[in-house]
Design a protein around this ligand. Structure first.
Ligand SMILES: *[C@@H]1O[C@H](CO)[C@@H](O)[C@H](O)[C@H]1NC(C)=O
Ligand SMILES: *[C@@H]1O[C@H](CO)[C@@H](O)[C@H](O)[C@H]1NC(C)=O
Length: 584
C-alpha cells in the first residue's frame, strides 16, 4: 500500500500532536511545596547532626534530596525574614525591617508587606499556578480599615489562605504567660492603682470632714480613672482576641483561635489543598506555628521526646511534615513536585516557659534568634527534594539564601523576574542540579533592623568564607550566650558593641566564630578592604522607603482590628471540626 500525499500530511500532523502531547505530559510545570518552620534551630535536626531528637521525616527529605549546610536567612527574626523570603529582597528594601520593634506586634496595626511588592506567588499565579498559603503569615493585615486586607496573603498572590495572619505568641494560650508589652502594661496598671488610691483618699477626706471637697471633683476623677482603665485594658486584657485568630481567605473562622487544634487543622488544610489541586500546577506554602512558643503539642507527642516540651513540639512538627509529604506521594505527585523545607531563622536560645527550655538549639553556631550577625540566628536548615531532577543524598556547603527561592521558583514556573527592582536572591537550580559547584552569592549582608551588623564574603578564588562583624549584641548576663534578660537582643543603642576595627572570622575554618583574626596580621587588611568596597556598592542600591514596622506603625488601632462581630465584641468559632489528632 502506498501513502498518498494527503495521507502523508495527516500522518505528520498526528506525529506532531503526539510529540506535543508527549512534551506536555513529560515536562509539565512542577508543583512547589514549601514548608517553613518557625524559630527552628539547625542543631535540632537528625540529619544536621542531632542524635537524640527524632526527625525521621525531615531526614528522609535530605536523603532523597539536597541538604544545604550554609543556608542563610535574611534576618534573625520572623517578620523581616519572611518578607525577604516572599519578595526575594533584603527586608530593608520593602521597609519590613526596623530596629525599633523588629516584628509586627499587633494584627490591628497598619504595618505590613507593602501592596507594591511583588511576591513570587503573584508571578506564579499569573503563570497559571494555584497558590495556597497555610499557617502563619505575620506580614500584616490592614492599612486603613478593618477589612481592606491590604497586606493579606490573598492580596499578595495567593488564591487560598488558611491560618493566622499574625503569629503564635504566649498571649495566645489561655492562662499562659503574658508576652507583649508586659512592661508598659505593668506601668499602666500601677498608674491606675495610684489614680484609684487618690480617688479613695479624696472620698475619705471628704466624708471624714477634714476638708471640703466638691462631689463633682470626686465624681470626675473617679470617672476619669475608670475610663483610663477601660482604655488600656481593652487593648491588653483581650489581647488573645485581637492577635490570635484563624482566617479562611478573608473570613475569620476562630477568634480567638483554639490553639490546641490548630496543628491538626493546618495539616488537614494542606492535605485538602493538595488533593484539590493535584491536576494543576500548584504552589503550597505550609508555614508552621511550630516551634515558636508557647509550646502547644497534641497528646500523642507530649512527653515522648528526650528534650522536654521543646523536643516534643519538634517531633510533632516532623510528623506533620511527614503527613504533607505522604499526601504528595499518595497523589502520585512526588516526581513532579519540588519540596523545600527551611526555618525562618535560628533557634531562640533564651526562650523559656517557666523554668523549662522552650527554644531551639543552633548546634556549633554562636548566638540565635534576634542576633543578626552571629551565625546561630541566620544559618538555618535548607532541604530540597525533587526526585529525578535534583540528586539525592547530596550535601552542599555553599552560601545560599532563603531569598533564592524567589528567582528559582519564578524561573521554574515560566515567569520573569520584575525588572523595575533589585532582587537579591539567585536561582539555585544550577547549584542544586550540580551544573555548577559554586553559588552565585559573593557577599551576603546581615542586617539587624536598619543597621548592617555583619557581612559575609565568599571568596571565589580560594573558596574561603569570611565574615566581618561591625556590630554585635552584648550578651547579658555577662558570659552568657544570649540576652537572657529580655525576649530578644537589641540591634542598637547601649546593648550593642560597635567594633572598630571590625571583628573578622574565617568562617570556613572557624564556623563557631570563636577566634577573631588579628587586625595587624595578613590577610585581615586585604579581606576587610574588599568587604568595605562591597558594602559601599551595596549601600548605593539601598533607597529609603516607608518603614512598615516603626514604633508608630506597630501601635494597635481599634479601627484596623479584624473582628468577626461588632467591635469590641469579637468572638466566633466557625470551625465545625473538633479534631485534635493530627491526620497522617
Ligand atoms: C538536640 O536537640 C536538643 C533540643 O534542642 C538539644 O537540647 C540537644 O543539645 C541537641 N543535641 C545535639 C547532639 O545537638
Ligand atoms: C518516580 O520516579 C521513580 C524513578 O524514576 C519511579 O520509580 C517512580 O515510580 C515514580 N513515581 C511515580 C508516582 O510516577
Amino acid at each position: 500500500m502506498e501513502f498518498t500525499r494527503s495521507h502523508h500530511w495527516i500522518f505528520l500532523v498526528i506525529l506532531h500532536l503526539a510529540g506535543y502531547r508527549f512534551v506536555m505530559t513529560s515536562n509539565p510545570k512542577p508543583n512547589f511545596v514549601l514548608m517553613i518552620a518557625d524559630d527552628f534551630g539547625i542543631g535540632d535536626i537528625g540529619c544536621y547532626g542531632n542524635s537524640t531528637i527524632r526527625t525521621p521525616n525531615i531526614d528522609r527529605l535530605a536523603i532523597n534530596g539536597v541538604k544545604l549546610t550554609q543556608h542563610i536567612a535574611a534576618a534573625p527574626v520572623c517578620t523581616p525574614s519572611r518578607a525577604a523570603f516572599m519578595t526575594g529582597r533584603y527586608p530593608i528594601r520593602s521597609g519590613m525591617d526596623s530596629g525599633e520593634s523588629r516584628v509586627l506586634q499587633w494584627l490591628g496595626a497598619p504595618g505590613g508587606l507593602p501592596p507594591n511588592e511583588t511576591t513570587f506567588a503573584s508571578i506564579l499565579q499569573k503563570q497559571g499556578y494555584s497558590t495556597g498559603f497555610i499557617g502563619k503569615w505575620h506580614l500584616g493585615a490592614n492599612c486603613e480599615s478593618s477589612n481592606d486586607h491590604c497586606h493579606h496573603p490573598l492580596k499578595h498572590g495567593f488564591d487560598y489562605f488558611y491560618g493566622t495572619p499574625f503569629s503564635l505568641f504566649h498571649d495566645c494560650k489561655p492562662g499562659g504567660i503574658r508576652e507583649l508589652d508586659v512592661h508598659i502594661e505593668a506601668k499602666l496598671k500601677l498608674l491606675t492603682q495610684l489614680m484609684a488610691f487618690a480617688v479613695m483618699t479624696l472620698v475619705i477626706v471628704r466624708y471624714s470632714n477634714m476638708l471640703t471637697i466638691s462631689r463633682n471633683l470626686i465624681l470626675y476623677s473617679a470617672l476619669f480613672t475608670v475610663l483610663f482603665f477601660i482604655t488600656w485594658y481593652l487593648k491588653y486584657g483581650f489581647i488573645h482576641y485581637w492577635n490570635c485568630i484563624i482566617m479562611r481567605n478573608y473570613e475569620i473562622i476562630e477568634q480567638p483561635m483554639k490553639v490546641e487544634r490548630t496543628a491538626s487543622l493546618i495539616v488537614r488544610e494542606a492535605q485538602q489543598f493538595i488533593d484539590r489541586n493535584k491536576n494543576a500546577p500548584f504552589l503550597l506554602i505550609v508555614s508552621f506555628l511550630h516551634v515558636h512558643t508557647p509550646m502547644i503539642t497534641t497528646k500523642a507527642f507530649t512527653g515522648k521526646s528526650k528534650h522536654g516540651i521543646y523536643g516534643d513540639n519538634v517531633e510533632e512538627m516532623d510528623f506533620m511534615i511527614g503527613s504533607v509529604v505522604n499526601t504528595i506521594d499518595n497523589a502520585g505527585l512526588e516526581n513532579n513536585t519540588m519540596i523545600y523545607f527551611a526555618s525562618d531563622h535560628g533557634g531562640h536560645i533564651e526562650s523559656k516557659e517557666g523554668k523549662l527550655q522552650a527554644g531551639g538549639w543552633n548546634g556549633i553556631y554562636r548566638g540565635g534568634k534576634g542576633m543578626a550577625g552571629w551565625e546561630g540566628g541566620i544559618r538555618v536548615p535548607g532541604i530540597f527534594q525533587w526526585p529525578g531532577v535534583i540528586p539525592s543524598n547530596v550535601e552542599i556547603d555553599e552560601p545560599t539564601s532563603l531569598m533564592d527561592i524567589y528567582p528559582t521558583l519564578v524561573h521554574l514556573g515560566g515567569g520573569d523576574l520584575p525588572k523595575d527592582r533589585i532582587i537579591d536572591g539567585r536561582d539555585l537550580m544550577p547549584l542544586l542540579t550540580k551544573k555548577t559547584a559554586h553559588s552565585e552569592h559573593e557577599f551576603l549582608f546581615h542586617y539587624c533592623g536598619f543597621l548592617l551588623h555583619a557581612v559575609r564574603w565568599h571568596q571565589k578564588e580560594s573558596g574561603a568564607i569570611w565574615k566581618a562583624h561591625y556590630v554585635t549584641p552584648v550578651f547579658f548576663p555577662e558570659g552568657a550566650v544570649g540576652c537572657y534578660d529580655r525576649i530578644v537582643c537589641a540591634c542598637e543603642g547601649d546593648r550593642v558593641l560597635h567594633h572598630d576595627p571590625p571583628l573578622l572570622f574565617e568562617l570556613s575554618a572557624d564556623p563557631s566564630e570563636s577566634s577573631p583574626l588579628d587586625p595587624h596580621v595578613d590577610p585581615y587588611k586585604t579581606v576587610l578592604n574588599r568587604i568595605k568596597m562591597a558594602v559601599a556598592e551595596h549601600q548605593k542600591t539601598v533607597s529609603e522607603v516607608p518603614v512598615q514596622i516603626s514604633r508608630l506603625n506597630n501601635l494597635w488601632r481599634p479601627w484596623l482590628q479584624p473582628c468577626c462581630g461588632i467591635f469590641p465584641f469579637c468572638w466566633c468559632d466557625k470551625e465545625d471540626s473538633n479534631v485534635t489528632e493530627i491526620p497522617e
